[in-house]
Ligand binder design. Structure first.
Ligand code: ATP
Ligand code: MG
Length: 478
């Protein structure tokens, strides 16, 4: 009647049989006489709800619940206790049980409890799915990266996005600071509010002030109309101050006041206006260093630096290059209507080796260039921009140990599940993997055990990959 599964755990046969016949029209019922049997069932089948007696012969139903909740597919747990042992029941719920029922059992009550449990799980799953969808559309899923270096970025964004805390994003040019600002805003839980962006470096002192705070008519020559500033425009939402390191001392003072008092004054007015704005600032300078040099106010620095997000340069997370290249390749192939599907091995190797002073932005334009220049289904090294060509002068970077490892597992993961940011199948993952395997073997002088360790995979897996390669493509040149 339904595909919901219920596991009954009780050491008394007549209870097991009784509950089975009571529920088998309603659910798919499994039974177990003790903890070991129960765990066995939980491991082999997907169980929605486990109902366990507190006393299982010599075993403790509470221990079983503890173990069950640690399984990868943990069931919802309901405890059956003797009448009156409420303390124990409460303890069980503290440890993660969903609910309890007292013995002697009231079958209708138990059935209701089970149904309620199933419903609550459905809602939970739905919420998770919704949250994922939101993240996919607006938030973190647009920020590609599976490297260890990127994990703190994701963690902090998730953690602080819903708060009002001021966030300072530091990082070299092109590392994704603006992308992070968007994610912070989109995950802020103020979905209808606005994200207002001000590029502080682009404006002269007076223009920046009036841009931020607005002005009254006649506040300065040229101010022929009253104008509200970006702070007021962002009221109820987020104000992103890009290149904050560039703002002049006068504006720094005003900004400090705005952040501290949560009010602003338009130029030419002394009437304070209340504002409710979440401020995110970004800089590709080292703000602390600017403070030391006396070019940035220390008090403003402290106001901004409540939560800091440091974007790692691309060369410190080379294992993400494969993922990023894949995503950009797909994006630009689609945009240009070209059937480009992958990169040749040497082109990819070059991308991984290069130091990327312009970071992700530079990689992105390099791939765009590659897609446009390519006239086959692949981007070859010669299709990439001049600075990546072998004769471009720069010494070829060394293939670092950590990146090799991450890149292969990322590529392997994407190939296996399609669950990664890399568009499943569209990039020739087998080819990329092969590049990494070859590189690892080269560096370890052909020692397979060492190479496997370097790649973060087992020797057996490596062996299998080598075998696959032999069968598929004995030679490989771009
Ligand atoms: N992790 C990433 N995943 C996908 N795209 C990224 C990532 N990081 C950056 N990009 C892309 O690279 C380009 C530059 O990113 P962004 O503008 O956020 O960098 P930035 O740090 O603000 O640079 P700048 O300091 O020069 O302003 C954008 O096109 C952005 O979409
Ligand atoms: Mg930027």
């Amino acid at each position: 009647m339904t595909d919901k599964t219920v596991l009954i755990v009780d050491d008394e046969k007549h209870t097991r049989d009784g509950l089975r016949s009571a529920f088998e029209d309603e659910f798919d019922v499994y039974v177990a006489a003790n903890g070991t049997e129960a765990i066995e069932v939980l491991r082999n089948d997907s169980i929605d709800v486990m109902v366990t007696d507190l006393r299982l012969g010599g075993e403790d139903g509470m221990d079983l619940i503890d173990r069950a909740l640690k399984l990868p597919r943990a069931p919802i747990c309901i405890l059956m206790t003797a009448y009156g042992s409420v303390d124990i029941a409460v303890e069980a719920m503290k440890r993660g049980a969903y609910d309890y029922v007292s013995k002697p059992l009231n079958i209708d009550e138990l059935e209701l409890t089970i149904k309620r449990a199933i419903r609550s799980r459905a809602v939970e799953t739905e919420n998770i799915a919704l949250k994922k969808q939101v993240e996919r559309q607006y938030g973190l899923e647009r920020i590609i990266g599976e490297s260890a270096a990127m994990q703190p970025v994701f963690d902090i964004v998730r953690q602080v996005a819903p708060t009002r805390a001021t966030v300072l994003i530091e990082g070299e040019s092109g590392t994704g600071k603006e992308l992070v600002a968007h994610a912070l805003h989109n995950l802020s839980g103020r979905p209808k509010s606005r994200l207002v962006i001000v590029h502080c470096a682009a404006l002269s002192e007076q223009l920046l002030e009036s841009e931020l705070f607005g002005h009254e008519r006649g506040a300065f020559t040229g101010a022929s109309e009253k104008r509200i500033g970006r702070f007021e425009e962002a009221d109820g939402g987020t104000l992103f101050l890009d290149e904050i390191g560039e703002i002049d001392p006068g504006t720094q003072v005003k900004l400090l006041r705005a952040l501290g008092e949560r009010t602003i004054e338009r130029l030419g007015s002394n009437k304070p206006v209340k504002i409710d704005v979440r401020v995110i600032a970004a800089t590709n300078k080292d703000l602390a260093e600017l403070v030391e040099k006396g070019r940035f106010r220390e008090d403003l620095f402290f106001r901004l630096d409540v939560v800091k997000i440091s974007m790692p340069p691309l060369r410190e997370r080379r294992e993400d290059i494969v993922l990023l290249a894949g995503a950009f390749l797909r994006e630009f192939a689609e945009e240009n209507g070209k059937p480009v599907r992958d990169l040749t091995a040497d082109a990819l190797q070059r991308l991984v080796d290069y130091d990327w002073p312009g970071n992700v932005r530079q990689l992105r334009t390099a791939i765009e260039h590659g897609v446009v220049m390519s006239n086959a289904g692949k981007i070859a090294l010669r299709h990439l921009p001049a600075f990546l060509q072998p004769d471009a002068g720069a010494a070829t970077g060394v293939f670092a140990v950590k990146p090799v490892r991450g890149a292969v597992s990322a590529a392997a993961g994407a190939a296996g599940t399609g669950g990664s940011a890399l568009p499943g199948g569209d990039l020739d993952l087998a080819r990329m993997e092969q590049v990494f395997v070859e590189e690892a073997l080269r560096r370890t002088g052909g020692n397979r055990t060492e190479a496997a360790r370097l790649l973060g995979i087992s020797r057996r897996t490596l062996q299998r990959k080598l075998k696959d390669d032999d069968e598929n493509e004995p030679t490989q040149q771009g």
